[in-house]
Each structure stands twice: as C-alpha cells, then as structure tokens.
Design a protein around this ligand. Structure first.
Ligand code: SF4
Length: 417
C-alpha cells in the first residue's frame, strides 16, 4: 500500500474503459455492484494531497461551464486550509444543480452513474484534506443519489442539499449560499470561495461531471485520461443535444468537431441555420467548421460552456428564439444588482421589437448601448453571459436583422423558433 500522499492507489489501473465511452460504461442506472464490476475498486483512503499533481497532469478542466483547470481549484482550497493560524478543514460541494434549461447531462449522469460522482467527491475531499461533503442538486436527482449513497458505507457522510430549479441556482457561490443559508442567490464575486465559503471555511465547488472524471483519473491515471482528446483539450465531455433531434446526451472526445457531433446525434447540418453552443450564456455559431473546445481561436473553437448543443432549423427564426431566451434570462435575474435587474429587461424589450419586425433602424444601436451599460456590472456572470449571447445572435443572424428592420423575416416559422 502506498502512503497517503501518493497520487494513485494500488487498486487503480484496472479495467479502464477504452475510447470515448467512459462515464456511462457501467450501464444505465448502474448500482454499486455494476460500478465495481465495470471500473474496479478504488481505495479512497490511499488518496492524499499528492493526487492534485496527478490531476494537473491530466489537464482536466471543469465541465460545469467555466472550464477552469480543476487542479488549480483543489490547490487553492488546499493552500487556504493551511494559510490561517488555525487550519480550517475545507468543505467540498458536488454541484449538480444544472439550472441551464437546455442542459440535462448532469441529471442524466446522476441518474445513471451516481457512483462515479460519489467516487470523485470522496477523492477530491481526501486530496484537499476536507471534512464536510455536500451533493447539491434538484429534488429530481437527489432521490437516486440517496439510494446510491445507501449502497456504500464510505459515502454516508455526504449530505444532500436540494437546489431550486432556477437558472442562477447552479452558480458556484449560489450553491455555497444555498448550503449556508438556504438561499440560492449568488454571493459577492470579490469573495474567493476557496478561502471563505460554507461557514467561512475554504470551499471547493466542482461540477458533478468534473467529479466523475476525477473518480476515473484516481483509478487509471492522467495518461489514460489523456488517451482521447487533444493535448490542449484532453479527455471526454458530456453534451446535451437538443433542437432538431430527440433530446440526447453524448460523450464526446475533447476538441471534437461540431459537425461530427451533430452527425452522431442524427442531425443533418445542412438543415440548420445555426447552433447554440454552451447554453443560454453561450454563443450562436454556424453549424460547421468549429471544434468544441475551451481552447483555441474564436473563429475555430467554440466553448462548450455547460455542454449544451441546441440545433436551430433553417425554418426557425434565430432572432425570435434569442428574444425568448432573453425574456427568460431577464426574468431569472436574482434582482440583487440594478444593472442586471433593469438592464436585462430593457435589452429583452428591444430585441423583441427587432424580432417582431419593427421598422426602426435605431434598435440595434440601442441594444448595443444597453449592453455596454450592463457589461461587467453584476455581482455574478449573468449579465455578461447574456450580453455574449445577444452579440453572437446579432452577428450570426445579421441577414435576419436586416430583413426584420425592413419589416419581414427570412424564415418560414417566424414566431415558432
Ligand atoms: S448580476 Fe444579476 S443574477 Fe447576478 S447577482 Fe446581480 S442581480 Fe443577481
């Protein structure tokens, strides 16, 4: 047996799944026995802070949206633990709130592979020498996770906390706030959660898919994780594909071509006008010529964000679709910051006027003015994410904007996008 500071336990490196089919390799609704038979055992007690170096070698980035290097989050939390006069044992949160309406990969993962997420949560907690563990998700996901926890004695200390079904509830500081106070609203972004989160203790918040990868890296190591994907975008990621197909979750290699993903989902890219990638805080792009990756030039790579790929058919109006999303996002503001509370509804109002075909050439300029007023002025990323979506819509649907300002629409299905 290796020491507690060693990166990988002796029980690792067995039965590693090959190729890009990893996270669901144990089958649908996998119980603990299926999980162990597929992936082999994991001696979590032999994990220590040395695992953070293995995570760094793996190149794993967060799968919840920001694509931040996972090892850095663990290292910052571990460092904060020993920074004060009295060491404060960190709190670790598995975040499966998934407030993004077009995302369903996290709830699918929790329903089918809860034990991989639990493994990752146990490993991350050992690596930062944490003491408390939470799994934060909506009620629909928690019942299955509760059953999975009951199947294994090593997971009994994980506490389940219900997330409300709001867009903003999955934001990391909102998760901390929900666990601390019961209110799932974002906290001041100047406060680093790695230094002061739940009960003022160093707090690590990781998306549930990120943790599932952690559970596999702890078994099979960084070289295995890197055996698919590319050096700059290693491993696999889950994507929720919707729109011009049946809703489905796919596991794809890092830096996968968007056209290939659409093809694998049974979508004919030629039948689409655009694809929304990343979710409501993501970006509209033309259906081909992009790699799905957080790394790479903006004209070649589109950031996966929350792993959302939503296909819009050529008959549908992208401006009407974006206006509806903006209505939703404006209503989902947590109403803590004025620019977000008043600016987003104002932007939604202007975009709706463009979408409705109002002949007013000043409207795009007004939208731009409002965007600049709101940009960078929220306590969380909500306003900036919304502005990014609008700006991509104006670019990708520029011909539609022109047509709408002339009182017409290029699409058959103007109001049903
Ligand atoms: S920016 Fe908006 S969503 Fe974020 S905290 Fe402020 S009011 Fe709430």
């Amino acid at each position: 047996m290796r020491s507690a500071d060693t990166a990988l336990p002796e029980t690792s490196r067995t039965r590693a799944p090959e190729g890009s089919f990893r996270l669901f390799a144990a089958g649908t609704h996998a119980g603990f026995r299926d999980h162990l038979e597929t992936f082999g055992p994991l001696d979590v007690r032999s994990i220590g802070p040395g695992f953070i170096a293995e995570l760094e070698k793996s190149g794993l980035t967060g799968r919840g949206g920001a694509a931040f290097a996972s090892w850095r989050k663990l290292a910052a939390t571990a460092q904060a633990r020993s920074a004060g006069l009295l060491p404060a044992r960190p709190v670790v949160i598995a975040n499966g709130a998934e407030g993004e309406p077009l995302s369903f990969k996290d709830r699918t993962l929790l329903a089918n592979s809860p034990h991989l997420v639990i493994d990752g949560l146990l490993v991350a907690t050992r690596a930062v020498v944490g003491s408390e563990m939470y799994l934060y998700a909506t009620a629909a996901s928690l019942s299955g996770v509760g059953q999975a926890i009951a199947e294994r004695p090593d997971a009994r200390r994980i506490r389940l906390v219900e997330a409300p079904e709001t867009f903003i509830s999955g934001e990391a500081s909102a998760a901390v706030n929900a666990i601390s106070t019961g209110t799932a609203l974002p906290l001041d972004k100047r406060r680093r959660l790695s230094e002061s989160g739940v009960k003022g203790r160093p707090t690590l918040v990781l998306n549930v898919e990120t943790l599932a990868h952690v559970g596999l890296i702890a078994r099979y190591g960084a070289p295995w994780f890197r055996s698919v994907g590319t050096p700059r975008d290693p491993g696999t990621r889950l994507v929720s594909v919707s729109g011009a197909c049946q809703d489905q979750v796919l596991e794809v290699a890092g830096n996968a071509a968007l056209g290939t993903i659409l093809h694998d989902a049974g979508i004919d890219a030629a039948s689409l006008s655009a694809v929304l990638v990343g979710g409501y805080h993501g970006r509209w792009v033309k259906p081909l010529d992009y790699q799905l990756s957080p790394a790479g030039p903006v004209n070649q790579a589109v950031r996966p964000g929350a792993g959302v790929i939503h296909a819009l058919s050529v008959e549908q109006c992208g401006l009407a679709a974006t206006a509806r999303i903006l209505d939703y996002l404006a209503a989902e503001s947590a109403r803590q910051c004025g620019p977000c509370m008043f600016g987003l509804p104002a932007m939604a109002g202007v975009l709706n006027r463009i979408a409705a075909g109002e002949r007013n050439p000043q409207l795009p300029r007004e939208l731009d003015r409002l965007s600049r007023l709101v940009a960078g002025r929220g306590a969380c990323h909500h306003p900036d994410g919304t502005i990014g979506l609008v700006s991509s819509a104006l670019e990708v649907f520029s011909a539609d904007v022109k047509a709408h300002l002339a009182g017409t629409c290029l699409r058959q299905d103007w109001r049903a996008a």
